[in-house]
Each structure stands twice: as C-alpha cells, then as structure tokens.
Design a protein around this ligand. Structure first.
Ligand SMILES: [Zn+2]
Length: 83
C-alpha cells in the first residue's frame, strides 16, 4: 500500500486524526465522506447527531434534563425528532 504524503504525513497525530483532517480539508464529513455543512467537520445528519450527543452529554454533566432550546442545530434536530 502506498503511503499518502501530504502536509499531515509528518504530524505526530493518530492515523485516524490525519484521515479526519484530510476529509476536513476536502470539505467532507469526517464520518461518512458526504459534503460537510457550515464549513465544518460533518454532513448535515452527523452535525445534528453530534449536536444532540453533545447536548445530552452536557445535560448529564449538569445532572438534570435541559430543554434543547439553545442553538439552531438543536432546534433543527428537534424538528427532525432526533432529540
Ligand atoms: Zn456524515
């Protein structure tokens, strides 16, 4: 297998992370390779999924349920019944 040589090759980071950085550079979702939204790391579906996951993590940290009202991504996620 040929090694990919680019600006990430010599970085002391994990292969996984390099792979994610390359996808990021191409404007692709780092999880599935679809077009990323909002010049970010994820496609629409994964963006929402991550927002929801982060929200739940935050809510757990606070030890109570927080209404997912903050943020347009969460609102969008709620509209799609992901929350
Ligand atoms: Zn994706």
């Amino acid at each position: 297998m040929k090694k990919i040589i680019d600006e990430f090759t010599d970085l002391r980071i994990s292969r996984q992370y390099k792979y994610q950085l390359r996808r990021r550079k191409e404007g692709e979702c780092i999880l599935c390779g679809k077009k990323a939204v909002n010049r970010g790391w994820f496609c629409m579906a994964h963006y929402l999924k991550t927002s929801v996951a982060n929200h739940k993590k935050y809510a757990r940290l606070k030890g109570r349920r927080i209404k997912p009202s903050a943020g347009k991504w969460l609102r969008l996620a709620r509209k799609k019944n992901l929350v």
